[in-house]
Design a protein around this ligand. Sequence first.
Ligand code: PLP
Length: 404
Amino acid sequence: MASQRVMNFGAGPSALPTAVLEKATEGLFNFAGTGIGIAEISHRSTQFRAYIAKVADSIRTELQVPSTHQILFMQGGGTGQFATVVLNMLARHRLLYPDLPEEERTLDYCVTGQWSKKAMEEAQRLGGAKVNVAVNGKEHSADGKSFDSIPPHDTFKFSANPALIYYCENETVDGVQYSHESDSPASFPFHLLKQDTLLPLVADYSSSFMSRPINRIADHAIVFAGAQKNLGPAGLTVVIVRQDCIVDVDAAAKLGAMPVPIIMAYKTICEFDSLYNTPSVLAIYVAGLVLDRMKEKGGIKFYEAGNKRKSEKLYAALQEGVDKGVIKARVKEGSRSWMNITFDVLTEGGEARYLEGGIKRGMKGMDGHRSVGGIRVSLYNAITEEETDKLVEYIKEFVAAESA
Ligand code: PLP
């Protein structure tokens, strides 16, 4: 079956390993020996309850999630969390500081690409606190219009006591990612944050979740990720929440905080072990299979090493194109994503030729996001090194033909 599949370099939903899909097909007919398919079985059945608990345990083990944090399974995707994190963190802030003058209630956003910008705009829409753009990547880009790097640390300006500090670890559209080397100028500036209280640090890990360890996970209030890049099908949102951020939102509302829909209250989801309402059963099931496979292969360290190699090979091939004037890399060195590699083809009509040539070789999904155009290659966990090598070979041929 594998030989019939195309190489899917799309940004998400993205490729899933063939072995996982084959296993999932079995589960669609017969889940955990029950004789009932996974899409048909009650989410309250003993078998599914045991399964969802095992999926959470696997995530805890792979990412070394400390016991201070809960792992919740929610719906609504990354976009749902843009609002959910604000509502829960504002409730927490209200309970901690009920008498704070309203003008001092702030939400800090580090805007380094389209997704953190969208999250920031959602916070502005909701109201309830002043939004402070702690840093705006556009202001530091080469053309002043695009997001092409993580800005220098000394340009991040955080508020004195924000209800949340938000960043997006990997910007899927732009291809900008924080470095996880703590001494890199493109790392997240943890050292600038006040260390005397529990940090209200919120990170969107949607497109880098499970691709490598989460840097300083214990310092985060919330880490969230839609599953549909490295973990499984769309419909599942994983939320890792520190215990002190699981608050009584109704008590906070009585003190003046915004009311929180019950399905968005972390406390509800936590108290019901992610089974307050019907969860995305099938997506959770497939995510569990992906995690089993990850474990078999050697866990997150295995994927981290492979993803590093894959992206290095690809950027090296692109550099040959840059040197020959055929390609322009969109993101500055140091801030380049391992997962989403963005570039332009500079020759007249070259972009269409590149995409067509790729499709002829069974490589799909490489067109850039509709808002920014260009080319975007996504190298999520399911993309193998062999597939990456084939792509590298293609890029080299393409550059040679375009520069002849
Ligand atoms: N955040 C990031 C980094 C993303 O890549 C995406 C989607 O691609 C989102 C948020 C939005 O996620 P969803 O489509 O699950 O709402």
